[in-house]
Design a protein around this ligand. Structure first.
Ligand SMILES: [Fe+2]
Ligand SMILES: [Fe+2]
Length: 246
């Protein structure tokens, strides 16, 4: 049995791509590359966590083929909400779980078990600027209004993350793997609400995505920090090979 993760598939079987460059290089034919690596690595005994930004579709009907593709992948599939997942309103998680019962699992305010671990998580959020740079490329300031707005979103997502941990804890779980779509910290931070929660509950690992494009691969925490192992699993970073978590 294995636990695997990857994020940012940005499927577009029925819609246009919204980001330049997602047809070239590592993104060329990425659906086929990813499907092949899943079929090589993952069996139906395994669990695959898809860490957000699943589809460019704006609603259920525009996502149908993308979901059919995900459903056909091997293993048990758990999905986290990404910022581009327009089909997934924050209040729609139970509706999604009913709609895809027995086929896909949607994680928000709840948790799923994997052996004696609880898989917990939420979309998360982090302040992404704009940052103002000097001629040497050093950060000398940022948009404070946007930062203030980001703090509200971070606090709401931190509450959702706590609900996920508490649901698992109430059922007796003491070992956690924590998933976020957004990186746990912004490019200036060493800690955040999310890293504090990870430490408080003794999460063994924090897995996140969202940072794609080479320029952003090292925007946040990586490796073991304060006893928590941080990993980026965006699809282009992993070259469409899901990362083995456990
Ligand atoms: Fe993305
Ligand atoms: Fe994203």
């Amino acid at each position: 049995m294995g636990l695997y993760a990857i994020g940012d598939l940005h499927l577009h079987f029925q819609t246009d791509i919204k980001v330049r460059g997602q047809t070239k290089g590592v993104w060329r034919d990425h659906e086929r590359k990813f499907k092949n690596s899943c079929e090589r690595l993952i069996t139906d005994e395994d669990t695959l966590v898809l860490v957000g930004d699943h589809s460019w579709g704006k609603n259920f009907s525009e996502c149908e083929e993308d979901f059919a593709y995900i459903e056909a992948l091997p293993g048990r599939k758990i999905l986290i909400r990404g910022n581009h997942d327009m089909f997934w309103d924050a209040k729609k998680t139970s509706e999604l779980n009913e709609r895809y019962q027995g086929r896909l699992l949607f994680l928000q305010n709840n948790y799923y078990s994997y052996e004696d671990y609880a898989i917990v998580g939420t979309k998360g959020f982090t302040f992404e600027g704009p940052f103002y740079l000097n001629r040497r490329g050093q950060i000398v300031g940022w948009d404070e209004e946007k930062e203030e707005h980001a703090e509200k979103l971070i606090s709401r997502e931190a509450d959702r993350l706590r609900l996920s941990f508490e649901a698992a804890k109430a059922d007796g779980f003491r070992k956690y793997i924590m998933f976020l779509h957004y990186p746990p910290t912004n490019i200036m931070e060493k800690e955040s609400e999310f890293t504090k929660i990870a430490k408080e509950y003794f999460a063994e690992q924090v897995i996140y995505a969202h940072s794609h494009g080479e320029m952003r691969f090292h925007d946040s925490l990586e490796g073991i920090i304060d006893g928590v192992n941080y990993s980026l699993v965006s699809g282009d970073y992993l070259k469409w090979i899901p990362k083995k978590i456990l």
